[in-house]
Write a protein that binds this ligand. Sequence first.
Ligand code: NDP
Ligand SMILES: O=C(O)C1=N[C@H](C(=O)O)C[C@H](O)C1
Length: 245
Amino acid sequence: MIRVGVLGARGRVGVEVCKAVHAAEDMELVAAVDAGDPIESLAAAEVVVDFTHPDVVMDNLKWCIEHGVHPVVGTTGFDAGRLQAVRGWLADNPGVNALIAPNFGIAAVLMMHFAQQAARYFESVEIVELHHPGKADAPSGTARRTAELVAEARRKAGLGAMPDATSSELPGARGADVEGVHVHGVRLAGLIAHQEVLLGGDGEILTIRHDTMNRSSFTPGVLLGVRRVRELPGLTVGLEHLLDL
Ligand SMILES: NC(=O)C1=CN([C@@H]2O[C@H](COP(=O)(O)OP(=O)(O)OC[C@H]3O[C@@H](n4cnc5c(N)ncnc54)[C@H](OP(=O)(O)O)[C@@H]3O)[C@@H](O)[C@H]2O)C=CC1
Ligand SMILES: O=C(O)C1=N[C@H](C(=O)O)C[C@H](O)C1
């Protein structure tokens, strides 16, 4: 039995993670911690799943790593600096591993993978992410990561800047610029989490779309991460490394 703790246990995703861990035959839910609860109860866990908030996730990660607990993190808001800090804590605590994934949905990971594969064939790529209005960060972690993967694929293919004649604009009208890829965020009541990657070339448009219909869709990926994190050395970023893509 894997002893699992959950941080953000009363949140939208945390509730689903607790149910999934409870139902898994090879796992035991030993701690369910939310804001205001003592973090020390996580010491009973081998693996801790974090779905909290970008403002608190670094403190949570540091605590887990320093207490010999392997973190599996869905919380977003990671940039290169934050990932480097996590690598430093792991280096100071050999034997502890961490998995951080901007999206644990299998279809979402495939959407990112397909976008990365397609990127080198098109002059233009833009990303539209659409989420519920309770989301704290923009652009979404998934959109940011997709843009990074697309930019990397374009660089490898020797593609330059995308065509864009915009010479005057209201701030924000062209979205956020992530390594040259424009990312547009929509926050709308009724949505959960959705993304379109628009790829355009001469007379053709390819749209890759992903829709999250419920939050239990994240749990198979989370459970896979919980089962595998102990054997993945150091820091792993992205669930794609656990799938045979
Ligand atoms: N990687 C993935 O597949 C996915 C990632 N996410 C990401 O996960 C994060 C959480 O999303 P979501 O569940 O919708 O958010 P919610 O706000 O619904 O849940 C977060 C929970 O964490 C609690 N919390 C806040 N601070 C702490 C703390 N220090 N310790 C323990 N618990 C704390 C919150 O309490 P309170 O409300 O009282 O502050 C809340 O109950 C976001 O960053 C989101 O982008 C979401 C879906 C999928
Ligand atoms: O906040 C959310 O809801 C989600 N957050 C993640 C992100 O920022 O990419 C994953 C998914 O989009 C849902």
